[in-house]
Design a protein around this ligand. Structure first.
Ligand code: NAG
Ligand code: NAG
Ligand code: NAG
Ligand code: NAG
Ligand code: NAG
Ligand code: NAG
Ligand code: NAG
Length: 566
């Protein structure tokens, strides 16, 4: 008998070995159960559904991995199996490990095994949340939200209508804002402040013994989007200036609509997201606004602007459950920047004027002389005057400087102006007859002269006061009074002490300036093309070119001047 039992046991062991081996290939799922030390735990074999146990053809057995002995079916055992469930009443630290449920059937061809891991941990007192154990739940800000106390299914039956207590951060929850519905917690008027660590606690009574059950929940509160139509932040029925043929990209930025609810139309036609068209749309990544609404942006891309695109609205439309909005953009021709253009023209003009001024300043004399020489110059018609210039100089008191002055006035000046340039001069002291009344000559001559030329020697005023020479005095006055006679002031050799000069001279110097003679008596200095003579010629009246050569060559003129000298 005992041998039979023994053999039976051996057979059973052998069979289970075969089963175990055969089922090795049929592991179907893994599960991980976490439970604090001292709390009850129930695990259901999830294979159960696919087998028919009613017929008795199949058996479901729980094992602890590594222990050939099946978990007892004795309901009073701390760990026992019952139908497809394995019970830990309660679980203790040593129970940690892998458990498996094996389903074996009479025909031995169908066998399945499920493995599950159980971790029993020490619950730390004073901690409001055992992070490993906590279940994460998410609710939205709204008028009410439900928080579930998880994994209580097998602890609820008719005998166990569980009173559940809810804690937040170890504080018992009370008040109008909280309601307790079966195993759930209801929170009204949810705000961000409701986010935090929650614990639900209850008891389970089995076989006259009470077990504590606690579940940790990490509650996350998310802002729920307001219930309103979407908004388009851009475009805003505005226009942009673009150039013909250019590429244009316009964002349509919306808030509150999903991607498929945002699109562009042009000319009433939906603009597709195909890249093959000249005009297409390109969706962008979605972002979330601070209030939880989606932010979606769709680009309108015109790869080349045609003239037909102008003045035609491109409309962006967005919609959601609460309404729809639209906003358009219009392309306009880019008008040239008038102001910038004008500024540019003005600046160029100023610059040109400046350059012309500089050039004129530098080449004024040469230009005028060249112009006169060119023969185009308009020579004023006969004004009845005989002389081009009346020349005055201070006869002074002798000395080398006075000799220089006389040489200049009587030799060089006539040589250049009369012989080379053909001017007709009246030189006081050369062309006046001795004994003639100075005053009458001077007055007469001035009336017949186009210019008055005053030559100041360097010693002029140290030796003789100009005021003492009545003819010069008179000439000056008449020049000043009759402003139509221009005065040419020539300074000989170096600085003149104007402070000691009569006021009339100072006035002329200030008004017309002076030309300075720094040359010697060489041939070069006597050329009409030196800077000095150009300045003098510039101040002299214009001379006809014909008359220039005429006078220059005419022996009669020479005779005249010779006659004058005599
Ligand atoms: C194997 O399991 C049985 C039944 O659960 C138990 O009595 C026995 O102590 C276990 N053996 C070992 C070595 O854990
Ligand atoms: C199932 O278990 C019962 C009793 O525990 C046994 O009589 C039966 O033969 C088993 N069936 C299979 C298929 O192992
Ligand atoms: C073995 O028995 C099970 C349960 O009755 C059945 O589902 C399965 O099809 C059978 N397998 C074979 C090969 O007959
Ligand atoms: C929720 O808020 C509304 C309006 O603010 C208020 O009328 C209502 O009494 C609040 N409900 C609770 C339970 O506090
Ligand atoms: C929730 O618990 C975790 C872990 O103990 C802690 O880091 C976190 O600050 C707690 N949250 C709140 C809102 O108290
Ligand atoms: C743009 O125009 C549409 C009608 O075409 C109008 O519904 C919308 O309110 C306007 N949007 C703005 C920002 O003016
Ligand atoms: C539209 O949104 C995108 C992405 O948020 C941003 O880069 C772009 O500047 C926005 N465009 C306009 C016109 O506001």
């Amino acid at each position: 008998m005992s041998a039979k039992i023994l053999s039976c046991k051996i057979t059973a062991a052998f069979l289970s070995l075969i089963i175990a081996e055969k089922c090795g290939a049929y592991d179907v799922m893994f599960k991980h159960s976490l439970v604090p030390h001292g709390q009850p735990l129930v695990i259901k074999c999830s294979l159960e559904k696919s087998f028919n146990f009613e017929s008795g053809d199949c058996n479901l057995t729980w094992y602890k991995v590594g222990n050939q002995t099946a978990v007892p079916r004795d309901k009073l055992s701390r760990i026992h199996q019952q139908k497809s469930l394995i019970w830990f009443l309660p679980a203790i630290l040593e129970d940690s490990g892998n458990y498996e449920c094996v389903i074996s059937c009479r025909n031995l061809t169908s066998c399945s095994k499920m493995s599950t891991e159980v971790t029993v941990f020490e619950r730390t007192d004073g901690l409001c949340l055992n992070e490993k154990f906590a279940v994460e739940e998410v609710v939205f800000t709204s008028s009410s939200a439900k928080v579930v106390c998880p994994h209580l299914d097998h602890f609820r039956n008719e005998e166990n209508i569980l009173p559940i207590h809810w804690y937040k951060d170890c504080q018992l929850l009370e008040g109008k804002r909280f309601a307790f519905l079966n195993s759930d917690l209801m929170i009204f008027n949810v705000t961000m402040q409701d986010q935090g660590n929650y614990t639900c606690k209850t008891t389970y009574t089995y076989n006259g013994k009470q077990y504590d059950i606690a579940r940790d929940i990490s509650l996350i509160v998310e802002v729920s989007p307001p219930k309103m139509p979407p908004e388009i932040s851009y475009p805003q029925n505005n226009s942009i200036e673009v150039e013909l043929g250019s590429q244009v990209t316009v964002d349509c930025n919306t808030t509150g609509a999903d991607g498929f609810e945002v699109f562009w139309t042009g000319n009433g036609v939906y603009i597709d997201v195909f890249y093959v068209s000249r005009i297409f749309a390109k969706p962008n990544n979605e972002e979330t606004a601070y209030d939880g609404r989606p932010m979606y942006s769709v680009k309108l891309i015109i790869s080349e602007v045609y003239s037909e695109d102008y003045e035609q609205p491109f409309i962006c439309q967005a919609s959601n459950a609460f309404g729809q909005v639209a906003s358009y953009i219009i392309l306009k021709h880019r008008v040239p920047d008038v102001q910038r253009w004008l500024t540019g023209v003005f600046v160029s003009f100023l610059l040109l004027m400046f350059i012309i001024l500089i050039v004129y300043k530098i080449f004024k004399i040469d230009l005028v002389l060249w112009y006169r020489n060119s023969g185009c110059a308009f020579v004023s018609k006969e004004d009845g005057k005989i002389y081009d210039a009346c020349v005055l100089y201070t006869k002074g008191c002798g000395g080398s400087d006075f000799y220089r002055l006389e040489t200049f006035v009587l030799r060089i000046l006539p040589n250049v102006l009369e012989q080379q340039c053909g001017y007709n001069l009246f030189i006081l002291g050369r062309d006046d007859l001795p004994g003639e009344a100075m005053v009458s000559i001077a007055d007469e001559t001035f009336k017949q002269s186009r210019r008055l030329m005053i030559i100041l020697g360097s010693e002029t005023f140290s030796c003789t006061q100009l005021e003492d020479a009545p003819e010069q005095q008179l000439a000056l006055y008449s020049a000043l009074i009759r402003d139509d006679t221009q005065v040419i002031l020539i300074e000989m050799d170096g600085m003149q002490d104007y402070a000691s000069m009569p006021e009339s001279i100072r006035y002329i110097k200030q008004k017309h300036g002076a030309v300075q003679w720094k040359g010697d008596f060489s041939e070069k200095s006597c050329s009409a093309n030196t800077r000095f003579w150009k300045s003098v010629r510039y101040q002299m009246p214009a001379k006809k070119k014909e008359s220039f050569s005429e006078v220059y060559l005419s022996p009669q003129t020479l005779d005249n001047s010779a006659a004058k000298r005599n």
